[in-house]
Design a protein around this ligand. Sequence first.
Ligand code: SF4
Length: 505
Amino acid sequence: MNHLKDSLIELITQTSTNLPPDVRAAMGLALEAETPNTQSSQALGIIATNIDMAHEDVGPICQDTGMPTFAVHTPISVNQIHVKRAIREAVAETTRRGKLRPNSVDSLTGKNSGDNLGEETPVIHFEQWEENEIEVKLILKGGGCENKNIQYSVPCELDHLGRADRNLEGVRKCILHAVWQAQGQGCAPGAVGVCIGSDRAHGYVLAKNQLFRTLDDVNSIPELAKLEAEVMDEANRIGVGAMGFGGKVSLIGCKIGVANRLPASYFVSVAYDCWAFRRLGVRLDASTGAITRWLYRDPNEAVQRMARAEGLPLTGREVVLTAPLSEEVVRSLRVGDVVLISGEVYTGRDAVHAYLMKNPPPVDLHGAVLYHCGPVMLKQGDGWVVKAAGPTTSSREEPYQATVIEKYGVRAVIGKGGMGAKTLAALKKSGAVYLNGIGGAAQFYARTVQEVLGVHLMDFGIPEAMWHLRVKDFAAIVTMDAHGNSLHADVERATGAKLAELQEV
Ligand code: SF4
């Protein structure tokens, strides 16, 4: 099996950097369907450019490369211990090469292992089969969308949709609710894998397994094929849109499986995946470990470019901001403004925010732009290079953000998915704004970084450290302003009303 590790390294690298053709096709349709010159179409334009950049540079499509999850089938003669060891070595090596972000954190100490190895990391599901080859499928699903997974114990009452009963009509309501509750926080447009039945724990596994089906796959069970088509149609009438900006395309795939259940339980488990739907697979020669065939992609077919134009189509109405920012400039911004930020920004996410609640910042944050981002960074000589740097889900910082803004004078927060009422009130009181970047556009934003000026709080690990960056023309949209307006609250209200229209069919 002397080729096994190299084959797995190639599988991980391709999965992280090259979106499979079925997802590209679905995103191409989303681009065509969206109304031109809307915020959603601008977001889709950046996403398309980012997909191309990731492929060209062999860089991570999104900086959050998720919990690597492998589904492996082996012939009876193959030693699964050897396969597991090779997977772990390949994961560590691709992390070292910057294809995966160091993402494995000890849940008790908070320490990042640095190589994506740790207790139950990566996730590997083995199964034997009667074929002669080994099959390895891999999915990389980041935390933003993973946090939007949801499980319903039916019957239940759902916001805007009323009661969901123990039948396919109830399942339909649960899935529509799942898409709605994700809003832009899971980097819409997304795809859902669904399991009807099973128990709580296995239901989630089976829901995620549905994401191994291609997006154009038609369910072999006619009732479920019909339900998948109905959900696709209805979910795309709710109006969540790309990044939750409001728009025509909210869902690019719905795949539903079914499993037996206990008489007392009826679970509908939903695995929500973002547009950066990274899933590939290989067949391997069982004696050498060499790749005999790719799944989901044909390496001999040229990869089609996604982008119709390069990056954000500029209108000339963009507001140019130079950080640090003054209160006057910030108070002049309104929801809907597109901004281009240049100057110094600091990254800060979960660990940094928790730290700032009890400790003074290691730098002066007055007028600062704070970027919710956990980048992929590689050490080169004495310096650092940014390999991927898109925004992370901001709602996780809601318990801290108002204090950080008011106490330290932060003027702008960049993230994705929006924040809540407490932060909105702090923006108004202190004169600050929330800027929504395009989630997952890790290569696009990495190219706006001109220089890594330094790093603080490195004890938290690479993604959680406070990186000091100089950026140029970092594009984002004002979605919460200093006048009490929130696009996120508006879209949530409007989509809730649309959802109510779908209560009964
Ligand atoms: S695209 Fe968004 S949800 Fe998906 S992994 Fe990246 S940051 Fe997370």
